[in-house]
Design a protein around this ligand. Structure first.
Ligand SMILES: Cc1cc2nc3c(=O)[nH]c(=O)nc-3n(C[C@H](O)[C@H](O)[C@H](O)COP(=O)(O)OP(=O)(O)OC[C@H]3O[C@@H](n4cnc5c(N)ncnc54)[C@H](O)[C@@H]3O)c2cc1C
Length: 379
């Protein structure tokens, strides 16, 4: 009987794992000894870091969207469907349209989603840029904006920890180029005692804020938004008024993780080096949906995918694997329209942001184009 590998979720992590496995196991798949199925609920794939550029009209929506099937090796069967249940004890997956899949190896790659409804008034009163529709709405509102107070308020947990900082720095350059910086106040709030979860990044960002006269408030956990009065209130009993509110809503993992009883709020308990779920050595977890306390970022998903693909390949070939994930994450951080900083870190090495430069900005723009090769497993 053919061995079956099922991948649930066709975003960054799921697509890279699928393509690397197809490459590693090509002859066994062609010979009918291995079957790889990907089940994902959307026929399209969005390059999410591109949303930032859509907001500022520097990328068009069509630049950041591709057909999902076209990104996956033809040796992988792709089903566009929503997974409703994952039964780890019986190794069985059930989908919305009634398909059932059994597996020898399962890869959970269901990502994370914004949950604005956790904060009353947020959906009505705030813009965000974490989905394509919302990024386009914000782009249009910014085009009409003629000055006032812009508040960027961050909820946790959320994916891409540096995106709110990038948004703030890019807004500064946008208002400067539009000639309305002198009529505009930029105000940033963050829930803990600094402006970013990683202390070195926070220290770097504070210097940038001060250089640009961007005001900020820490220990600000959004509690509710009053869209009529245009005020955002915090759990710490403070309030900030705004003309334009850009919020990063708190996130949860996919609903199926909770309904299948795998993890609270959709976060899957994951071994931080072996990347398997709890006692289930045949269930691997990649990307945003892990509960590993590191950045929920595309680069995290990418590096984890390489490890998972190698572990599954070795287990199938030799029954054994030594490969482990070392916590590697790498991010470019836009510090405006024409400069970026860069960080990398792992479980043993803290991040050290570099001074912003044009070259790093160009490298980020180059990576934006290379993403489609990356998810295909070519880079
Ligand atoms: C504005 C923004 C900027 C960002 N910038 C960066 C950056 O500069 N650098 C960086 O490294 N990262 C960045 N990220 C983060 C990065 O995009 C994510 O961390 C990455 O996509 C996570 O990959 P993933 O595979 O875990 O999840 P995703 O890519 O989100 O994929 C999850 C997939 O699972 C599917 N799915 C969910 N539930 C089900 C179900 N029940 N059944 C079937 N399918 C399901 C989803 O539809 C989705 O296709 C950014 C994100 C945003 C929003």
């Amino acid at each position: 009987m053919a061995k079956k590998i099922v991948i649930v979720g066709g975003g960054t992590g799921g697509t890279i794992v699928a393509n690397l496995l197809a490459r590693n196991l090509r002859s066994q798949i062609s010979g009918g000894k291995i079957v790889i199925d990907m089940i994902t609920d959307k026929p399209y794939h969005i390059y999410q870091p591109g949303l930032l550029y859509v907001v500022f009209d520097r990328m068009q929506p069509e630049d950041i969207v591709r057909n999902q099937r076209g990104l996956v090796d033809p040796l992988v069967n792709v089903l566009i469907d929503s997974v409703l249940n994952i039964d780890r004890d019986n190794k069985k997956i059930t989908t919305e349209t009634g398909h059932n899949f059994n597996y020898d190896y399962l890869v959970i790659a269901t990502g994370s989603r914004t949950v604005p409804e956790l904060i009353p008034g947020l959906a009505e009163g705030a813009h965000t840029f974490y989905t394509l529709d919302e990024a386009k709405k914000l782009r249009d509102s910014l085009a009409r904006f003629e000055g006032g107070k812009v508040v960027i308020s961050v909820g946790v947990p959320h994916k891409c920890p540096v995106a709110p900082l990038e948004m703030t720095f890019m807004l500064y350059d946008y208002f400067r180029q539009k000639g309305i910086l002198n009529k505009t106040e930029i105000y940033y709030t963050y829930p803990i005692n600094r402006v970013h979860a990683l202390e070195p990044v926070s220290n770097w960002a504070v210097q940038e804020f001060e250089r640009k006269s961007i005001k900020y408030e820490t220990f600000f956990n959004m509690e509710r938004v009053d869209p009529d009065k245009k005020v955002v209130y915090s759990m710490e009993d403070t309030q900030v008024d705004y003309d334009l509110l850009i919020a990063i809503p708190p996130h949860k993992g996919s609903q199926v993780i909770e309904t299948s009883g795998i993890g609270k709020d959709g976060w899957v308990p994951t071994d931080k080096v072996n990347l398997n779920n709890d006692k289930y050595e045949d269930v691997f977890v990649v990307g945003d949906t892990t509960n590993i306390p590191i950045s929920k970022a595309g680069s995290t998903a990418h590096f984890e995918s390489e490890v998972i693909a190698e572990i599954i390949t070795s287990r199938i070939s030799t029954g054994f694997s030594l490969r482990q994930y070392n916590g590697k994450v790498l991010c470019f951080i836009e510090s405006g329209f024409d400069a970026a900083s860069y960080i990398w870190f792992d479980y043993n090495t803290p991040p050290k942001p570099t001074a912003p430069s044009k070259m790093l900005h160009w490298m980020k723009l180059t990576y934006n184009q290379l993403y489609w090769s990356t998810v295909k497993g070519s880079l």
